[in-house]
Write a protein that binds this ligand. Structure first.
Ligand SMILES: Nc1ncnc2c1ncn2[C@@H]1O[C@H](COP(=O)(O)OP(=O)(O)OP(=O)(O)O)[C@@H](O)[C@H]1O
Ligand SMILES: [Mg+2]
Length: 237
């Protein structure tokens, strides 16, 4: 699905990710963990093509075997790469329907978008009033995360990186998001960036990866998450 070769990423003058080689497979759920500042969000931004992050000249990103290293973020999005932000942005004067209609122009009928917004908002327990407002305008932290999931549901991407979608959400919102993702994961690759095991009650990861100091230092199963929660990053074997 997505293969990273010699993936080295700089932000400003600082090298953040160091020579990562990894292949994400189709139909799998990955859990990506690591200490604060280890490079998880940078990893997400660099894969989605954020212009603020510079790749080293030897770095390559392949999507379904096609080299996408030089593609812009919107072209990557059109191919099916979706990033849910750790801190979702607000858009003044544009509601979620207007944004999705623009993003999906020519690929999905606006009436279908409207209908799907209704269906998924119900599944995710998002209030109608929130959907009609400018995107994320005054929305609470948890509401923003649910709105990110709503956009993912309607865009229906092939590869999703969800950056701390479980942070700042209450137990009911966590359950809605977790159950939604578990249903939604078919035929997709999902990378869940998280600090905690609690979302894994609803969606089971096939692999757990740990980034420390800009490198994937550990790979394991769900047990590794428990070990990290018990012992921290310094003492996992
Ligand atoms: N544009 C930038 N310029 C300089 N340094 C940056 C930039 N973006 C990120 N960094 C630094 O890179 C490191 C990794 O940041 P990143 O946001 O990827 O961490 P993270 O693993 O997502 O952490 P957290 O768990 O706190 O979300 C941090 O030390 C951060 O300050
Ligand atoms: Mg982060």
């Amino acid at each position: 699905m997505i293969t990273l070769k010699n993936f080295t990423v700089k932000a400003g003058e600082k090298i953040i990710l160091k020579n990562i080689n990894y292949a994400f497979e189709k139909n799998k759920v990955y859990c990506l963990m690591g200490p604060n500042g280890s490079g998880k969000s940078t990893f997400a931004y660099a894969i989605s093509g954020h212009p603020g992050y510079e790749l080293d000249e030897k770095s390559k990103i392949y999507f379904e075997k096609q080299d996408i290293t030089d593609l812009s973020s919107d072209k990557r999005a059109k191919k099916g790469i979706f990033l849910s932000f750790q801190t979702p942005l607000s858009l003044n004067g544009v509601n979620v329907f207007q944004l999705l209609r623009l993003a999906l122009s020519g690929t999905k009928d606006p009436l279908k978008i409207k209908k799907e917004i209704e269906i998924f908002a119900k599944k995710l327990n998002i209030k109608k009033e929130l959907i009609e407002r400018s995107l994320n305008d005054g929305a609470s932290g948890g509401e923003k995360k649910k709105l990110e999931m709503l956009q993912a549901a309607i865009i229906n991407p092939k590869f999703l990186i969800l950056d701390e979608v479980d942070t700042g959400v209450d137990v009911d919102a966590l359950r809605s998001i977790g159950r939604f993702l578990d249903e939604f994961k078919k035929e997709k690759t999902i990378v869940l960036i998280t600090h905690y095991s609690r979302i894994l009650k609803y969606i089971n990861p096939d692999k757990v990866l740990v980034i420390i100091d800009g490198k994937i230092q550990k790979e394991g199963t769900k047990e590794l998450v428990k070990e990290i929660e018990d012992k921290g990053y310094g003492k996992t074997s």
